[in-house]
Design a protein around this ligand. Structure first.
Ligand code: AP5
Ligand code: ZN
Length: 215
């Protein structure tokens, strides 16, 4: 099963991806997570992308496409994948089409998690992430049992540097480059819209119902 998750920053892509990954046993491939790991490890890629990430601007297509092309060659991606945060521009979408053709893999579904912009600031500024396992929490909407500590692994929770008000504003502006993808995939008959302003478990049930037929 080959699936793409698309939606505004904070729509709930990562939150749902964690769940879909365990429902269907396919790897969750998040370009944002890959870039954050590259920054944390201090290598060449991390140095190239850090200023984009911290300010909320998109990393150039050339770099992003190369990273995804490499990742899709890995063994675990051969049984399918869930792409989260890629593609984000029409150029990236075209490159992904070419990659999928080469791999003889069809694109099954593009899940568009729909939310209104006015809910995002509260979601993003309250988000906390586990430093060890990457699990996502929210101080109000999805709090851990012990403040600052991951329920799953006991790791320390931190706030992403781009979850400040200023960076969120830039990320919302950058989304103008991603919005045309909705029509791009709608025209191809693979777009499924899920309402993202419901409780997390309800969004999950809707997402699962959309994906079940593709198993
Ligand atoms: P990326 O990591 O992809 O960030 P994003 O798209 O801004 O998405 P987020 O991770 O912020 O949001 P999400 O939708 O996953 O929300 P979440 O589930 O965490 O990208 C980061 C950066 O990397 C980019 O700015 C760019 O620089 C670079 N980059 C990445 N991909 C790129 C690409 N393809 N091209 C170029 N550059 C790229 O939820 C948010 C919060 O809300 C959480 O706290 C959660 O608990 C809570 N929440 C979730 N669902 C609900 C709900 N239903 N009700 C209440 N609260 C909820
Ligand atoms: Zn953890």
């Amino acid at each position: 099963m080959q699936v793409i998750l698309v939606g505004l920053p904070g729509a709930g892509k990562g939150t749902q991806a964690e769940r879909i990954q365990s429902d269907f046993g396919i790897p969750h491939i998040s370009t944002g997570d890959m870039f954050r790991r590259a920054v944390a490890s201090g290598g060449e890629l991390g140095k190239q992308v850090q200023s984009y990430l911290d300010s909320g601007r998109l990393v150039p297509d050339e770099i992003t496409i190369a990273v995804v092309r490499e990742r899709l060659k890995a063994e675990d991606a051969q049984r399918g994948f869930l792409l989260d945060g890629f593609p984000r521009t029409l150029e990236q979408a075209g490159a992904l089409d070419a990659m999928l053709n080469e791999l003889h893999r069809p694109l099954d579904a593009v899940l568009y998690i729909h939310v209104h912009e006015n809910v995002l600031l509260a979601r993003l500024t309250g988000r906390r992430i586990c430093r060890s396992c990457g699990a996502t929490y929210h101080t109000v909407f999805q709090p851990p049992q012990v403040e600052g500590v991951c329920d799953k692994c006991g790791g320390e929770l931190y706030q992403r540097p781009d979850d400040t008000e200023a960076a969120v504003k830039t990320r919302l502006e950058q989304y103008q480059q991603t919005a045309p993808l909705i029509d791009y995939y709608k025209e191809r008959g693979v777009l499924y819209q899920v309402e993202g302003e419901q409780p997390i478990d309800k969004v999950h049930a809707d997402v699962k119902a959309v994906l079940q037929p593709f198993v």
